[in-house]
Ligand binder design. Structure first.
Ligand code: 3PG
Length: 307
């Protein structure tokens, strides 16, 4: 019997697991669960008879693929699939999918929560500022960016977005100003929120040239990927601009040094938690299970990312 394995180092909420198990068994497949694993060997062992795999940010490398001779499909329950080796899976004929949009609201709510936290001096009791009337620049207007815009408008912020892959008309239809150049986002906005994937073109792309354009009191918010930040340049802007703040859901390698040197101006969540809500886990987990069943039963390749 085909086995659907949920292998997540960072576990889903129990309701998501129950839902995935139910869908799997009703479809006539076996359900297996490996969560909170601490060593890669546990993953390598668990995948050895898996037909399908549901993961989060878990790294699906050549080694994992080689350990999984039965594997037909991997679904990354979430948006970014930079953790899955697309070439190796493609060569082996393994389909890879993501579940776009399913955890977008959770990430977007965290963005605004972190912005309030920053604006209120990390809740230290000193007078802070309000978000109302401030300008927010959204870099990449996908599912998360769109939700960030919706919520930020509720706060009374002026929202603009840069996304060369989205028609300006579609951005403007949401009451968001579309900017043509990424530099304009940085030079005009007190807040910039990153929603770009980690790709060769975006890795290290958020550098000193861009961040130094931000107006006085500028805050950069990163709930996207650690890799898009040029970490040396981040240190440089924090050092050269005592008014600049950086808030991130993905701590940089030198997080501890930055926290010491720039106390009150940087904040990092202890573990990436943008998508860590019961609702997002249920949405993304169940979508992943349904996509696997759709593929195994009907060959449905909607949401495939390694064509
Ligand atoms: C995503 O790409 O969907 C988010 O970064 C969430 O990642 P996570 O499932 O590891 O929390």
């Amino acid at each position: 019997m085909a086995k659907i394995l949920v292998a997540t180092e960072k576990p889903f909420a129990p309701a998501a697991i129950e839902g995935i198990k139910k869908l799997t068994e009703e479809a006539g497949y076996e359900f297996a669960l490996l969560e909170k694993y601490t060593d890669k060997s546990e993953l390598l062992d668990a995948v050895k008879d898996a037909t399908a795999l549901i993961v989060r940010s878990d790294k699906i490398t050549l080694e994992v693929v080689n350990a999984a001779p039965e594997l037909k499909i991997v679904v990354r329950a979430g948006a970014g699939f930079d953790n899955v080796d697309l070439e190796t899976t493609k060569e082996r004929g393994i389909v890879v999918m993501n579940t776009p949009g399913q955890n977008a609201n959770a990430v977007a709510e965290l963005v605004l929560g972190m912005m309030v936290y920053g604006a209120r001096n990390q809740f230290n009791g000193k007078p802070g500022t309000e978000l109302k009337g401030k300008r927010l620049g959204i870099q990449a207007y996908g599912n998360v960016g769109k939700n960030v815009a919706r919520i930020a408008k509720g706060f009374g912020m002026e929202v603009c977005a840069f996304d060369p892959f989205v028609d300006a008309k579609d951005i403007e239809a949401d009451g968001v100003k579309a900017v043509e150049k990424v530099e304009d986002l940085y030079s005009n906005c007190e807040y910039v929120s990153l929603h770009i994937p980690a790709l060769p073109a975006t890795i290290n792309s958020i550098n000193y040239t861009l961040t130094s354009l931000m107006p006085k009191g500028g805050t950069l918010i990163n709930t996207a990927r650690k890799e898009v930040i040029h970490e040396e340049d981040l240190e440089k802007i924090l050092r050269n601009r005592p008014d600049f703040s950086y808030i991130s859901d993905i701590a940089p390698d030198n997080a501890e040094e930055l926290k010491k040197e720039f106390e009150g101006r940087v904040f990092f969540t202890p573990k990436k938690m943008g998508a860590q809500t019961g609702e997002a886990n249920v949405n993304a987990g169940l979508a992943a299970a349904k996509q696997i069943i759709g593929y195994l039963k009907d060959g449905d390749e909607t949401f495939r990312v390694n064509k």
